[in-house]
Design a protein around this ligand. Structure first.
Ligand SMILES: Nc1nc2c(ncn2[C@@H]2O[C@H](COP(=O)(O)OP(=O)(O)OP(=O)(O)O)[C@@H](O)[C@H]2O)c(=O)[nH]1
Ligand SMILES: [Mg+2]
Length: 343
């Protein structure tokens, strides 16, 4: 699965209709007053998130989008018809940026969420609007204004449900490749993973979730140590984090201080990321040293009010229980989100 999907499009609002010059002509009233109506406003271009859409692929073939022009005003004070809006449908999760300024215009994260990206031009006034007590028969009108236009960048940021975090070499990539479609490189050295990857875990028809593997984080990553923290933006929108700890790492490493180092870095990156709910996993329990200290480490986590899930990403021990917990959590998050969107 591709991590991001991008497109560049041009949008232009419809031109406003011209105002009209007209005078009332009726039998027996040869010098009727001005009755030229205003032009209709041009249509807007909108971008709307649509859960039926999955990619930005269609924009490879069509990049120009223009809303309809407003109709000109007519006699008898008739305002021209407003130009029809043009709605561009994009997948949920699309971020819209102005190509020239780089400003983020919208982050469309809900179905049906929409934004006007190019306003239609205003219709011009007809001569009826220019009549005053001294100028009873104006022969002037306005032309309709052009619509706004600009180039936009569209980018889908896939929203992973779960983000995996932890120090380098703890087994993050091994875990994601065991439970999902993702197959990142695995190696017995730090910084094997250099770019984030997404995997779809398809447990059964009702339980499908997207999980993100990112490079390991080290102490002082916020100061640029290791690979830094930039890639944390890929897990910012996840519902929760899976925090993997290497239970077999020998001293001076310690599971609780490893845990604290990562949390400190997350908070340094952004307070909200530091506050995201976590599931704590103790990995590599197949190794003798991990086995031997498991009980003690579990107790120490219990002491700070944290339940841990011991697993081996290699042998698969403990993984069924962990997956059960993940699916439960995800469905309660989805339920919560759904309820929120009904409010
Ligand atoms: N014995 C044992 N080894 C494991 C387990 N999980 C991972 N490993 C080993 O640990 C090493 C690191 O695994 P990775 O999955 O690459 O670790 P990572 O956390 O993705 O590392 P970075 O991408 O560098 O941050 C590899 O040699 C794995 O084979 C496990 O449960 N048991
Ligand atoms: Mg890795």
């Amino acid at each position: 699965m591709k991590f991001v999907d991008k497109a560049r499009i041009f949008v232009k609002g419809g031109k406003g209709g011209d105002g009209c010059i007209s005078f009332l002509r009726e039998r027996f009233r040869p010098r009727g007053g001005p009755d030229g109506g205003n032009g209709g406003d041009g249509g807007n271009v909108l971008i709307r998130a649509d859960k039926q859409k999955e990619t930005l692929y269609d924009f490879k073939f069509k990049q120009h989008f223009k809303a309809k022009n407003g109709q000109p005003g007519k006699g008898k004070n008739q305002t021209g018809k407003k130009g029809e809006d043009l709605v561009i449908h994009v997948p949920v999760g699309t971020v819209v940026t102005d190509n020239a300024t780089g400003d983020i215009l919208a982050d469309l994260i809900f179905h049906s969420q929409e934004i006007v990206v190019a306003k239609g031009g205003r219709g011009g006034r007809g001569n009826a609007s220019f009549a005053t007590s001294v100028r009873k028969a104006p022969r002037i009108k306005e032309t309709g204004k052009p619509g706004e236009e600009r180039w936009l960048n569209l980018e889908i940021k896939l929203i992973a449900d779960i983000g995996i975090i932890g120090l380098p070499n703890v087994g993050k990539s091994t875990f994601i490749s065991r439970i999902s479609s993702a197959h990142p490189k695995i190696g017995d050295y730090p910084f094997t993973t250099l770019t984030p990857s997404l995997g779809v875990a398809n447990l059964d028809d009702d339980n499908i979730f997207v999980i993100a593997d990112i490079p390991g984080i080290v102490k002082d990553a916020h100061k640029g140590k290791g690979l830094g923290l930039n890639f944390l933006r890929h897990i910012e929108r996840t519902s929760f984090l899976l925090h993997i700890i290497d239970l077999a790492a020998p001293p001076p490493r310690d599971p609780i201080s490893d845990f604290n180092i990562i949390n400190q870095e997350l908070s340094n990156y952004k307070k909200e990321v530091g506050l995201k709910p976590q599931i704590v996993v103790l990995n590599k329990i197949d190794l003798p040293y991990a086995k031997q200290r498991l009980k003690d480490v579990k107790e120490r986590f219990k002491g700070i009010d944290i339940d841990v899930f011991p697993i081996s990403a290699i042998t698969g021990e403990g993984i069924p229980l962990l997956l059960k917990e993940l699916t439960n959590r995800i469905s309660s998050f989805k339920l919560k989100k759904r309820n929120e969107s009904f409010i």
